[in-house]
Write a protein that binds this ligand. Sequence first.
Ligand code: FUB
Length: 456
Amino acid sequence: MQLRNYFLLSALSCVMALNAQNPIVQTFFTADPAPMVHDGTVYLYTSHDEDETVDNFFTMYDWRCYSSKDMVNWTDHGVVASLKNFTWMDKTNGAWAPQCIERNGKFYLYVPIHGEGIAVLVSDSPTGPFSDPLGKRLIESDHIWQDIDPTVAIDDDGQALLYWGNPQLWYVKLNEDMISYDRTVGQNGIVTVEMTAAAFGSKEGRDGKKGTTYTEGPWFYKRNDIYYMVYAAEGIPEYISYSTAPSAEGPWTYRGIIMERAPQLAFTNHAGIIDFSGNSYIFYHDQDLSEGEGFKRSVSVEQFSYNDDGSIPLITPTKEGVKESVAHLNPFRKVEAETIAWSEGLKTMRDNKTGVYLSNIDNGEFIKVRSVDFGKGARRFKAGVASASTGGKIEIRLGAVDGELLGVCEVTNTGGWQNWVVQSCKVKKMKGVHDLFFVFRGTEDTLFNFDWWQFK
Ligand code: FUB
């Protein structure tokens, strides 16, 4: 079943969706969130569960990126890397949990290729294009099937550590180039973390053997003077726990559960935590959008506060997600149409000339954009659109999908899906900060593509 069909299931789920902020991406299934704060923007790297699951297993070919300056509207940057980046191996599935970090103006994307180990890509921009600097895997180990879920942080002294592994944690000390590591420590550079109950909690496995709760999906970072290791625990289903340490290399102390199992969560979970604009946020994934399909997960986010001693409270996954934006969106600058707080039915596409744009738009589908600041008022609306069909209309509505109609922008046939033109219309004058809905109307199956919009 295609992703869009999930949205047609019931009127009830539609009403619920209008108040929802989670999951934060509705156009694709996204998993394994890895947020990165850079230059006043949150870049969110995700793995990507395909709409069609093959052989009832993870079906994952590429990695996607989204960004936000306000934590409620997310701009889709499309696929930023894929298994095709690695010409030294022939795996066509297995693009699992990534993480990106910036150093000296370059962006290093660490990715696991399931069954091939951990590799690295590099780019001059957070949104790519990324290229393979090594032509081989980064981590040279004798346990590549366990080499998944890399997580990386740079300590105050400049030493970068890359942790990873399921169900064992390992780390390497990355050299300053971020694409090689110190081979003088551990076993040819790979240090094995001691997995004790004191460090990671204890569990009894299905075979009756005692082990630690640590399973996979580590998220390693430093905050104030505490080093954190957040991870997916036990399973399946997994929950999220964490440990802390006084140094980047440990020793780790188990601190407890952050997110319990819950019906809307998948059999896996995977967390990423950041501080941004004075708030703390936890990203995780659930199976709400696919209504319970664990191989079709979606990234969600919750705001939370650390306790005074730096411990992390128990966090409840919600449908509402982030309630308050941390910035307003300026509608008088060109806004990419793929900047979305909530959407129903449509998809996005990317090409080299136009970048990412809204596609597969059918009658009645819409996008919501939150916290739009009209200041003293807007009078006109314009949009970059293209259509090879009869086109349609963009209804501009305030606050709700059936909210006050501010204007209607007609989109006619432009002679091709990539023949972009600017269409404009008058809008009722509005002032202040509002949530906007762009509701798409027309008679054909696919109405038009939508690249950007702007008010005057
Ligand atoms: O997404 C594939 C795998 O599932 C990840 O690598 C794990 O962390 C789990 O989320």
